[in-house]
Design a protein around this ligand. Structure first.
Ligand SMILES: Nc1nc2c(ncn2[C@@H]2O[C@H](COP(=O)(O)OP(=O)(O)OP(=O)(O)O)[C@@H](O)[C@H]2O)c(=O)[nH]1
Ligand SMILES: [Mg+2]
Length: 706
C-alpha cells in the first residue's frame, strides 16, 4: 500500500532572497507540527536544512534541502507535505531553480524589512515562465510592530512589481503577533482587527479577483452578493494555476505568528499533484517529431514515470538521485529503465529525505518525492519509466534554463600528483551543480572552473577541501584571445636540408587574406577557421604535397603567429612553389608551409580578438552613476537602462571578459551588496591597439625546433 494518496500530497518549494528566513521558517513549521521538539536556528547552527558544514560556516543555505511530514488540524484531512528549502544567495540560484520541476507551488519568502530583492524577482519570473503557481510569504512581521505603514507599503510595492493579482490572503493583527484570515472570514467582527486594510475589504478584493476566472461563478456572485469558501474553492485553484492570483500571507518564523494559518492554507489551497499544472515532458526525437506529453497522476496503476531533478554526492552514501514520481507507483525492489535502454536498473531501496537523514519506504505514488542512492546511470533530468512496450522510450524533460556561469578561476593542484583525484572530485561537483563547469583551455594551457560568482567559487574550494581533502591554487584565468588578420600579404619559404644521404626540399609561395566576417567580427562560418586554396599551376608543387602544406599551416594556426593564441578567420592561397624529384618529402612541405604562413601573417596586419560579454546589472537607481563610471573604465559600451519597480534599475552593457574578473566584488562594494549581475558571451572583437601591444610584448614564444 502506498503511504499517501496523490491528492493528499503537497509539494512546495520555499524560495526567495538570502536571509529572508526560509530555513528558519521550516524550523518553525516543523516545531508547529511537532515533528521536532524545538525549532533550531541558523545562529546556533542546528537547523534541519542547513546541515552541511559549508552552510553552517557561511550562515546561508547552499543546497536545496528536503523535509517531509504529515499535517492535520481540526478541519483538515491529513496531508503529506514535501517542503524544499532552497538557497537565496544569487550565486546559488541554480540550486533553487533545479527543484522547480519537482513541486506544484513556489512559495517566495520576502523579508518584511528588506522588501523585494534580486532573488525575489528572479524566482518570481522563472516560476511564472514555468507556469508554477506562486505564493508570497512576507516573513519577519515581528520586526514591523513599531513600523507604522511599512507592511501596507510593502504590499503596494509587491503589487506594483509583480502585478495586481498579488493579494493578501491574511493580514497581520495590529501588534503583528498573529494574523487574521481573509479567506474564511468575510466580515470584521470582534477579534483584534488588522494592522492595515480590513477583513471585509481584503475578503472582497480576493473574491472579486477569483471569480474573474469562472463566468458561471461570477453570475452567481452578482446575483447573490456572496459566495461560500466551498463555492470558491475550484475557482481559487484555477486562479492560482493561471497566475490570476498570487496570494500574499504574513508570518514570523521567529515568533511563530501566522505559521498555523500558513500550514492550514497550504494544506487546503495549494494544488495537489493532480491539481498542479502539467510538466513539460516531451515525447519523440528532439527536433523531429517532438510533442508535449502529460503525465496522468490520477491512477496509481498507470505505468510508472519519474524524473531525476537533482543529484548530490553524500560523503557516506555516495551518489544520491532525487526523483519526482509523475505517474504510477514505484515499489522498493522494482526495476526501471532509462529511455530505450533495455538494461533494467533495480532500485532496492527508496528513501524519503528529512534534512540529512534518509528513511526507507516501501513505495512512492505519483506526486511524491523520493531519493535513490548509488545509481551511477542517473543524472540531472534523466527520465525513468517502466513502460513494457516502446511507447515511452523517447520521453524526455524540458530542462529549466540555467544561468550560464561566466565567473572563472584558473586552478592547479597544490600537491603534485593530486590531478587525477581533483578531476574526479570536480566531475562529482559538476554533476550536482547546474551552474558549475570545468574546462581545459588549450590556448592558455589552464584548467578553468566557472561559476556564478565569488562566493560560489569559494564554496566549491571548501567542498573540495572538506569532502575530498584536496587543495588548489587559484589565479584569475587568462583570457582566451584569438589571433586573426585584417590585411593581405604574401610570403615564400624554401626548406632545404642536406644531411649525409638524401635531403629535404620544399618551397612554398602563398598569400593570406582575412575571411569575411559578420557584424560581430566572427568568421561567417565559425567552423572555417582556415580556408585553404590550391592555386598552383603546371605541377610546381605535386598534388600529394598539398595536405602537408595545409598541415603545417594548421600547426602554425594552433599556436598563433603573434601572441601564442589560436588563429581564426584566414584564407590561404598557395600560389607557387618548387619541388625536387628525390628530396621533396612531406616533412619539408610541412615546414615550408608553416614558415611561409607565419611570415605572411606578420605582414597582414594581424590582430588579437577578445571575447565580449553581454552584461545585465540590477542595482538601486541611486548607484547607476557609479556603476556606469566603473564600467567605462573597463572599456564597456553602455546600452539601454530600464527602470524597475522598487527604485531599482536594469543596466545593459557590453564589456570585454578580460576586464570583468573582479566585477563581482566591485559591484558589491559600490552597491552595498544590493546589486547583482549576469554575464553571457556575446561576440569577439578586435583588441584595442594598446592592449594588443602589451599582450604581444609579454609573449615569449617557445624556441622553434625547426
Ligand atoms: N526577527 C526575525 N528574524 C528572523 C525571522 N526569520 C528568520 N530570521 C533571521 O533571519 C536570518 C536569516 O534566516 P535564514 O532562515 O537563514 O534565511 P534563509 O532565507 O534561509 O537564507 P539563505 O539560506 O541564505 O537563503 C537569521 O538570522 C534568522 O534568525 C523572523 O521571523 N523574525
Ligand atoms: Mg536558508
Amino acid at each position: 500500500m502506498p503511504r499517501h494518496s496523490t491528492q493528499l500530497i503537497r509539494n512546495i518549494a520555499l524560495t526567495g532572497h538570502a536571509g529572508s528566513g526560509k530555513t528558519t521558517l521550516i524550523e518553525s513549521i516543523l516545531a508547529a507540527t511537532q515533528v521536532i521538539g524545538k525549532a533550531g536556528s541558523v545562529e546556533t547552527k542546528d537547523t534541519i536544512c542547513d546541515f552541511e558544514p559549508e552552510e553552517q560556516e557561511h550562515g546561508h543555505s547552499l543546497n536545496a534541502a528536503f523535509v517531509n511530514f504529515d499535517f492535520t488540524d481540526d478541519e483538515t484531512e491529513p496531508k503529506h507535505f514535501n517542503l524544499v528549502d532552497t538557497p537565496g544567495f544569487p550565486d546559488f540560484l541554480g540550486q533553487s531553480l533545479s527543484v522547480f520541476p519537482a513541486v506544484e507551488t513556489c512559495a517566495v519568502v520576502i523579508d518584511a524589512e528588506r522588501g523585494i530583492q534580486t532573488t525575489t524577482r528572479r524566482v518570481m519570473r522563472v516560476a511564472a515562465e514555468r507556469r508554477l503557481p506562486r505564493m508570497i510569504i512576507v516573513n519577519k512581521i515581528d520586526t514591523q510592530s513599531d513600523q507604522d505603514g511599512a507592511l501596507a507599503a510593502l504590499v503596494e510595492q509587491i503589487r506594483d512589481t509583480f502585478g495586481k493579482e498579488c493579494l493578501p490572503l491574511n493580514l497581520p493583527t495590529p501588534d503583528c503577533s498573529d494574523v487574521v484570515d481573509l479567506w474564511e472570514k468575510a466580515e470584521d467582527g470582534d477579534g483584534p482587527g488588522t494592522r492595515f486594510s480590513s477583513i471585509s475589504e481584503g475578503h472582497q478584493q480576493l473574491v472579486d479577483q477569483i471569480v474573474e476566472v469562472d463566468e458561471d461563478l461570477m453570475s452567481v456572485y452578482l446575483e447573490e452578493g456572496t459566495l461560500t469558501k466551498d463555492q470558491l474553492h475550484d475557482a481559487f485553484e484555477k486562479a492560482l494555476r493561471e497566475a490570476h492570483l498570487v496570494p500574499i500571507v504574513f508570518v514570523s518564523a521567529r515568533t511563530g505568528a501566522g505559521v498555523d494559518d500558513l500550514l492550514h492554507l497550504m494544506a487546503n489551497l495549494c494544488p495537489s499533484p493532480i491539481e498542479g499544472n502539467p510538466r513539460p515532458f516531451l515525447l519523440g526525437e528532439e527536433g523531429k517529431d517532438e510533442r508535449e506529453w502529460h503525465a496522468d497522476p490520477t491512477d496509481p496503476s498507470k505505468t510508472f514515470v519519474g524524473h531525476v531533478f537533482k543529484v548530490t554526492t553524500d560523503q557516506f552514501v555516495g551518489k544520491v538521485a532525487m526523483i519526482r514520481v509523475h505517474q504510477g507507483t514505484l515499489k522498493a525492489g522494482d526495476s526501471v529503465q532509462l529511455g530505450d535502454s533495455r538494461k533494467p536498473i533495480k532500485l532496492a531501496h527508496l528513501n524519503k529525505v528529512f534534512g540529512k537523514t534518509m528513511e526507507d519506504v516501501d513505495s512512492a505514488v505519483a506526486g511524491d518525492i523520493i531519493a535513490v542512492a548509488k545509481v551511477e546511470e542517473f543524472h540531472r533530468d534523466t527520465v525513468i519509466h517502466q513502460s513494457k512496450n516502446e511507447s515511452l522510450n523517447t520521453l524526455h524533460f524540458k530542462p529549466v534554463p540555467m544561468p550560464r556561469p561566466m565567473y572563472g578561476v584558473a586552478i592547479e593542484a597544490k600537491n603534485r600528483g593530486d590531478e587525477v583525484k581533483i578531476g574526479s572530485a570536480m566531475a562529482k561537483l559538476v554533476e550536482e551543480d547546474p551552474t558549475f563547469t570545468v574546462q581545459r583551455i588549450a590556448a592558455t594551457n589552464q584548467t578553468v572552473v566557472s561559476g556564478m560568482g565569488d562566493l560560489h567559487m569559494r564554496v566549491i574550494l571548501e567542498k573540495l577541501h572538506n569532502r575530498f581533502k584536496l587543495d588548489l591554487n587559484t589565479q584569475p584565468p587568462k583570457v582566451a584571445y584569438k589571433e586573426s588578420i585584417t590585411g593581405k600579404a604574401s610570403a615564400s619559404h624554401r626548406h632545404k636540408k642536406q644531411t649525409g644521404g638524401s635531403g629535404q626540399f620544399g618551397e612554398v609561395h602563398l598569400s593570406v587574406e582575412p575571411l569575411p566576417v559578420d557584424e560581430f567580427g566572427n568568421a561567417t562560418d565559425p567552423k572555417i577557421g582556415l580556408d585553404f586554396v590550391d592555386e598552383t599551376v603546371g605541377g610546381s608543387i605535386p598534388r600529394q604535397f598539398m595536405p602537408a602544406i595545409e598541415k603545417g599551416i594548421r600547426q602554425a594556426m594552433e599556436h598563433g603567429a603573434i601572441a601564442g593564441y589560436p588563429m581564426t578567420g584566414v584564407r590561404v592561397r598557395v600560389t607557387d612553389g618548387k619541388h625536387h624529384p628525390v628530396d621533396s618529402k612531406e616533412i619539408a612541405f610541412i615546414s615550408a608551409g608553416k614558415k611561409a604562413f607565419i611570415e605572411a601573417v606578420k605582414n597582414a596586419k594581424p590582430v588579437l580578438l577578445e571575447p565580449i560579454c553581454s552584461v545585465e546589472i540590477t542595482a538601486p537607481a541611486t548607484k547607476v552613476g557609479d556603476i556606469t563610471a566603473d564600467l567605462s573604465g573597463k572599456r564597456a559600451h553602455m546600452g539601454d537602462t530600464e527602470y524597475l519597480p522598487g527604485d531599482m534599475m536594469l543596466i545593459h552593457a557590453k564589456a570585454p571578459l578580460a576586464e570583468m574578473g573582479r566585477f563581482t566584488s566591485e559591484l558589491k562594494s559600490i552597491t552595498g551588496g544590493q546589486g547583482t549581475f549576469v554575464m553571457d558571451y556575446s561576440h569577439d572583437e578586435n583588441t584595442p591597439g594598446n592592449v594588443q601591444a602589451e599582450i604581444i610584448a609579454a609573449y615569449s614564444p617557445d624556441h622553434d625546433d625547426d
